[in-house]
Design a protein around this ligand. Sequence first.
Ligand code: TXE
Length: 489
Amino acid sequence: MSTLVSRNPVTGEVVAEHAAADEATVREVVTRARSAGLWWTSRRPRERRDALLRWKSELVAGSADLAAVIRAETGKPTTGALLEVMLAVEHLDWAARNAHKVLRRRKVAAGVLAMNQRALLEYVPFGVVGVIGPWNYPVYTPLGSISYALAAGNAVVFKPSEYTPGVGQWLADAWARVCPEPVLQVVIGDGRTGQAVVESDVDMVAFTGSADTARRVMAACATRLTPLVVEAGGKDALIVAADADLDAAAGAAVFGGLGNAGQTCAGVERVYVVADVYDRFLAAVTEKASAVRPGADDSAAYGPMTMPGQIEVVRRHVSDALAGGGVAALGGTDSIRAPFVEPIVLTGVAEDSRAMREETFGPTLVVNPVRDVEEAIRLTNASPYGLAAAIFTRDKARGLSTARRLRTGAVSVNSVLGFAAVPALPFGGVGDSGFGRVHGADGLREFSRPKAVTWQRCRAPIDLMRFDASPRAVRTALRLFRMRHGRGH
Ligand code: TXE
């Protein structure tokens, strides 16, 4: 068995060493999960809710300790680490308290053709869900799948990112303290361990990571037709209309673009500003961004790039943007001082450049002028990604109609990441950002199979579902059919 070493991205110091799970270990863990899952499913909904709430209490009581592990492995400041724990707990609480209401058996209308039937719909768990997590929000993001999968009655095998194995281990240890069965287990390792999870006999996979890896995961899922939910990053745009509160919009763009060193799947990467207010907006963004400082200390606004390889991606995107005619309003390639990247604001960047097409995942903002909101919508929708977007406008009707027309899974009007703290809303993307949803009632249903049950209460008055149906019954059925559907609406 090999060893996985996690390191502090600032100092390079070893945070912890973990045994990496190979294929055989993953198979054993999944087998254990299967029997734990049967136990879990057979609990009463109230017992499942109580176990999830006990787990929640562990996260709350241990939040300082958990934040310290997040900080050690990702480098983010303690406030950022605590913020993600708080958001994750809110979702966990919602999933625990709403699962039964959303998934329980209910009657649905049987309809005129089946008046003699009682029709029942319920949502049943898949069994074992393999969750493959990222490093940027190593608690909030995987918990979006784990909490909802557990609340829906599944057992979970969680493969955290190789950059944040300690966080994954912490979550599984906390579970073991509140529940006698291994309903949540962790398997530690790199992509090979992730692949072993996908290729094991898990009943569903929830993946968060890059679109390229998502494609490989999807191909592996195809072998066994394993259902999959994918959250694969974004290239989110923020649109600034001429009537926007420019100060608020600039503040949101800076926080949405630079927060967590830009390592946010639904962070702001592109800003489209209507020409009339472009100069004023750019000045405000530049001023605010220049006051933001990365660092290893706790008073820094954001920390280092967690994944060393990301630094080169940022450098490539910035160089490419500048070589293609873009202008640096703040910083430039000199701002990249590994492991930190200081805020970079670029303008006039070509739409076909890497910085506008690919996920940068760094503390950079591209601010481009547009003729009007129409053009901003067209450019926003031209991206292969479609995770989230934002629009700033004082016109409510414009805000809502723009939200509808943006090809994204979520839109915030007059804020960024507005949906992140609303557990009742589903989260997920379009196109290269993935498919399927976590969070909310849709998230609970995502981790369940709808099950249809009919219960015949009496014989049908006109019964055609038999070989000896009388010609009279057929004629009557046809007459009723034409009366019901033959009037053109
Ligand atoms: O992603 P990977 P990485 C984006 C971001 C970043 C890029 C690469 O742009 O620069 O992805 O990051 C596991 N079968 N996002 O390298 O490779 C892997 O071990 C199964 C967006 O971290 O996609 C890790 O646990 N699993 C983002 C997870 O997949 C495999 C969050 C993600 O790794 C696997 C993170 C395989 N064949 C990065 N190969 C977001 N959506 O928020 C790797 N893994």
